[in-house]
Design a protein around this ligand. Structure first.
Ligand code: DGJ
Length: 749
C-alpha cells in the first residue's frame, strides 16, 4: 500500500503513459486469492474486492464515474450493477448534484462538496470530469478522467489491501492545457454511502492535554466539517472518521471508517445531501489554498484510506491497527516492538546536565528500561522555553564534554540513547534567528506572532529544508543516537513565503509538509537504525502521513493515569497501541494533582508502549522493586499489547466507573486483560468480565500480574469458559486496577 507514495508509483505512472490506450485491456487479474480488481465490460463497472469488502463504481451514461457500492463482499459470479445517473429531483436538485460521483469537479449544476475546483486564466471556473481510460495492475487500479473540453487530467488511484479490505485512494491532477491554471481545492478521495436516516458520525477532537475525545453525532442533511487550518494535523480534530448506523455498536453492525495520511492543513467534510446520501470528502484544506499549475504541472494529493466492516467499531479499529502495522509504519510489515523507555522531561524539565541525567540513567537501568531519552534543554542557551531553539549544539555548561560521556554511560548500562529535538522551530532569541530572520513563515512588514516564544521555520524553502536535514544528519553522525523525539510546539501564523511570487505563496501548505516528509525520509535512509517519535505538544501531529516515518507518537502531555484511560481509549479508535507511548509519571500528577498508586499508574501505561517519566530520585526501594517486576511482566506481554487485537470491553467513555481492555496476541496464544476502577460505591462488586477473541476450544491458564481474581475463579479453563462465564475481579476502593494474563496451553488446534 505504501507503493503509491514510493518508487512503485513512478513505475506505475510510466506504465500508464505507455498504456494510455489501455481501457480495453483491463482484464480481471487476481493479484492474490484474497484481493482482486476487475472491470466488467458489460456493466462498465469496476470492483475492488478483499476480505469482506467489495468497492464498486461504474461509468454512467454521461461519462461520470459513479459510486455504486462500498460494503459487504459480492460473490465472484455476481454481475456488477450498472451506473445510471440519478434523475433530476427538480431544477433545484439536478442529476449532477444527486448522482454520487467518485470524484466530482466543481462545474455544471454540481452543488455538493467538489473533489476538485480549478480556475483558468480566462476566468472560466467550470470543470466537468469524465472517464477516459483505466489500467489494472494486480490490486491497483488507475482511472483517468478528463474535463469535457479542457485538457485537465485527473488520475484516480485505488489499491485494496488483501488482509483488511482497506482501500487506499489518491488523485493526481495534471495540467495539459498549455496555460497556467490554479487548483483551488483538491481532495484525495470522496466516499459515497447510500441514502439512510440513521447514520452516526464518530470523530476525534480535543485540545492540548485533552486530546482524543471520541465524539458521536447523528447526521442530518447538511455538512459536518473536520479540519485543521493550522499548517499541521492539530489537537483539535484528527483526520479520522467512522460512520455507523443506529444498530451498530462496539462489536457488531456496519461501520465505514477512514483516515487521511497528511500532516498539514486538511479537511474531511461529511455531507448528507438532500436525498440523504452521504459523501465524505477529504484532502488538502481548501481554506487559504491556491496551487498554481504551470502547463505540464502536476499536483498529487495525499492518500485517503477507507475501510468497511460489519462487525462494529471495535473491528474497525482492529482493521486499522493491523493495516498500520502491515503497511504504514517503518519496517512494516514487521514493525519492531517498542522498547521500554525512560524520558527525562517531567523529572528535570530544562534542568538537564551530565551528572543529573547519568543518575537518572543508572536508576532507569536498574528497573529494566531499554532506552534512555534526554528531553528538552540540552542545547544552545536553552534554560527555559524563551531561548535556544534552532541552535542544535550541545550546551557546554551542562555537558562540558559533549554528549559522548552520557551516551557512553547509557550504553554501558545496557540501554540505547534517545534525544529530544524540535527541528522546525526557532526562538527569536537564538543565533539561528539572528543570522536568518528571513527563514521563518512571515508576511513582510507584519507582526510575527510568537507562541511558546517561538516561530516556525519555513520548511518549504529549499535552503531551510537542507539546513534542517544537515543539522540532524550531523547530530546523528556525531553521536550514537538510536532515537529522536521530534517535537513541534505551536501552529502556524502569518504563513507567508515571500521568496515566491504572491500568487504562488499558498503553495506553502503543500511544500512545507512534503519537505518535512523529505527530511524524515532522508534522515531514515542515512541513519536506518534511528527510530523517531512524533510529538506536537502531546498529540498534535498524529496521522497516517507522519506515521510512515515515525515508529511511535506521544498522544498527550496529560500523563494523569486516570485521564489517560479515556485518552488512550479514544486514541485506539484510529491508531494502533504499538505507536501509543504511555509514561508512568509522578504522583500527585502535575496536571490534575490527582494521587494514584504506582501500580495503578503502571497498569494504565502498560496498555500502550510503556515508558517511565517519573523522577526516579524520589522513588523508594519498594517502588524500584514494583517497577522492576512490572517492567519484567510487560516485556512478556508487550507483543500482545502493542501488536495484538484490541478489544475495548468496557469503555471509560460511557461514564462508568469501570473500564477494561483486552489484547489478544496475533497468534492467539496470549490474552491480557487490564481492568480499572474509578471508585467503589454502594458496596457493589466489580462487574464480571467476559473475554473476547479467544479460541473457544483451547485451554488458557490465568495469572494475575497485578490485583487479583475472586476465589471462585479457576486457574485454568477453556476459551469458551472465559468468554461466556468470564472472570470476577476483586477490585474495591478508589483508583484500583488489575492485570490478568491468559496463556494458551499447547499449540492452536
Ligand atoms: C512538549 C512535549 O509534549 C513534552 O513531552 C516535552 O517534550 C516538551 N515539549 C519539551 O519542551
Amino acid at each position: 500500500m505504501k507503493g503509491f507514495n514510493s518508487a512503485a508509483l513512478v513505475r506505475l505512472s510510466g506504465l500508464i503513459c505507455v498504456l494510455s490506450v489501455c481501457s480495453d485491456v483491463s482484464v480481471a487479474k487476481e493479484a492474490s486469492p484474497a484481493a482482486s480488481v476487475r472491470y466488467d465490460e458489460l456493466s462498465r463497472a469496476f470492483e475492488l474486492k478483499a476480505k469482506d469488502v467489495s468497492y464498486v463504481f461504474g461509468i454512467n451514461e454521461r461519462g461520470d464515474l459513479q459510486a455504486l457500492h462500498w460494503g459487504g463482499r459480492f460473490a465472484d459470479n455476481d454481475a456488477l450493477p450498472i451506473a445510471k445517473a440519478a434523475r433530476d429531483h427538480s431544477s433545484f436538485e439536478p442529476s449532477a448534484s444527486i448522482t454520487p460521483q467518485e470524484y466530482p469537479g466543481w462545474g455544471s449544476t454540481y452543488y455538493g462538496e467538489p473533489s476538485l475546483k480549478v480556475s483558468f486564466p480566462d476566468g472560466n471556473r467550470d470543470l466537468v470530469l469524465h472517464y477516459v481510460s483505466h489500467h489494472i495492475d494486480g490490486t491497483r487500479l488507475l482511472v483517468q478522467l478528463k474535463d469535457i473540453s479542457r485538457d485537465v487530467r485527473v488520475e484516480l488511484r485505488y489499491e485494496i489491501d488483501a488482509e483488511t479490505g482497506i482501500l487506499g485512494r489518491s488523485a493526481r491532477v495534471e495540467n495539459r492545457t498549455g496555460k497556467v491554471l490554479t487548483v483551488q481545492q483538491a481532495a484525495a478521495a470522496s466516499w459515497s454511502l447510500p441514502a439512510a436516516d440513521d447514520y452516526r458520525l464518530y470523530s476525534l477532537s480535543g485540545r492540548w492535554a485533552d486530546e482524543w475525545n471520541l465524539d458521536e453525532r447523528r447526521l442530518a442533511p447538511g455538512t459536518t466539517v473536520l479540519e485543521s487550518r493550522r499548517g499541521s494535523t492539530g489537537h483539535q480534530n484528527n483526520p479520522w472518521f467512522a460512520v455507523a448506523r443506529d444498530a451498530s455498536n462496539e462489536e457488531s453492525g456496519p461501520v465505514w471508517f477512514g483516515a487521511l495520511a497528511w500532516s498539514g492543513s486538511w479537511r474531511i467534510s461529511v455531507e448528507q445531501d438532500p436525498t440523504h446520501r452521504l459523501r465524505i470528502t477529504g484532502g488538502y484544506n481548501p481554506f487559504d489554498f491556491a496551487y498554481r499549475l504551470a502547463s505540464g504541472g502536476i499536483l498529487e494529493t495525499p492518500m485517503f484510506y477507507g475501510g468497511y466492516t460489519k462487525s462494529g467499531l471495535g473491528e474497525a479499529s482492529r482493521l486499522m491497527h493491523r493495516f498500520q502495522l502491515a503497511h504504514i509504519l517503518p519496517h512494516a510489515p514487521k514493525p519492531r516492538l517498542r522498547p521500554v523507555l525512560y524520558n527525562s522531561w517531567e523529572a528535570t524539565e530544562f534542568k538537564v546536565d551530565e551528572a543529573g541525567q547519568t543518575k537518572l540513567a543508572e536508576m532507569a537501568a536498574r528497573i529494566g528500561v531499554e532506552r534512555f531519552v534526554m528531553d528538552d534543554g540540552w542545547f544552545g542557551a536553552r534554560n527555559n522555553d524563551k531561548a535556544g531553539l534552532g541552535d542544535w549544539t550541545v550546551n557546554p555548561n551542562k555537558f562540558p564534554n559533549g554528549l559522548k560521556p552520557l551516551v557512553d554511560k547509557v550504553k554501558s548500562l545496557g540501554m540505547d540513547f534517545g534525544l529530544w529535538v524540535e527541528p522546525e522551530m526557532v526562538n527569536p532569541d537564538s543565533d539561528l534567528y539572528r543570522k536568518h530572520p528571513d527563514w521563518v513563515l512571515n508576511f513582510p512588514g507584519r507582526p510575527r506572532t510568537e507562541a511558546r516564544n517561538q516561530l516556525v521555520l519555513n520548511l518549504a524553502r529549499t535552503d531551510v529544508r537542507d539546513h534542517v536535514f544537515r543539522v540532524l544528519d550531523e547530530l546523528l553522525t556525531q553521536n550514537d543516537i538510536a532515537f529522536l523525539k521530534w517535537d513541534y510546539n505551536r501552529n502556524w501564523s502569518e504563513p507567508g513565503w515571500s521568496e515566491q511570487l504572491p500568487e504562488d505563496q499558498q503553495k506553502v501548505y503543500v511544500a512545507y509538509v512534503k519537505n518535512l516528509y523529505w527530511i524524515l525520509q532522508r534522515v531514515r535512509e542515512r541513519h536506518p537504525n534511528v527510530e523517531i517519535e512524533s510529538c506536537s505538544g502531546g498529540g498534535g501531529r498524529v496521522d497516517l502521513g507522519i506515521l510512515r516515518f515515525t515508529e511511535e507518537v506521544w498522544p498527550s502531555d496529560n500523563t494523569d493515569p486516570y485521564d489517560r484511560l479515556s485518552i488512550q481509549d479514544g486514541f485506539t479508535y484510529a491508531y494502533a497501541p504499538a505507536v501509543m507511548m504511555a509514561w508512568v509519571t509522578d504522583s500527585p500528577n502535575w496536571l490534575n494533582q490527582r494521587g494514584t498508586s504506582l501500580e495503578y499508574r503502571f497498569l494504565s501505561s502498560m496498555q500502550g508502549s510503556l515508558g517511565i517519566g517519573a523522577n526516579l530520585t524520589h522513588w523508594t526501594e519498594p517502588d524500584f522493586e514494583l517497577a522492576s517486576r512490572l517492567i519484567g511482566e510487560y516485556k512478556k506481554i508487550r507483543g500482545a499489547v502493542q501488536q495484538g487485537n484490541l478489544y475495548r470491553l468496557v469503555s471509560p467513555r460511557q461514564g462508568s466507573p469501570h473500564s477494561v481492555t483486552e489484547s489478544v496476541s496475533a497468534d492467539g496464544a496470549q490474552a491480557v486483560l487490564f481492568a480499572f476502577l474509578h471508585s467503589s460505591s454502594m458496596g457493589s462488586n466489580y462487574p464480571r468480565v467476559q473475554l473476547l477473541g479467544l479460541d473457544a476450544e483451547a485451554r488458557y491458564r490465568m495469572r494475575a500480574i497485578a490485583g487479583k481474581a475472586q476465589s471462585d475463579t479457576p486457574d485454568e479453563a477453556s476459551g469458551a469458559y472465559w468468554m461466556s462465564r468470564g472472570i470476577n475481579l476483586d477490585l474495591r476502593g478508589d483508583f484500583q486496577a488489575a492485570a490478568v494474563v491468559f496463556d494458551r496451553i499447547g499449540a492452536r488446534k
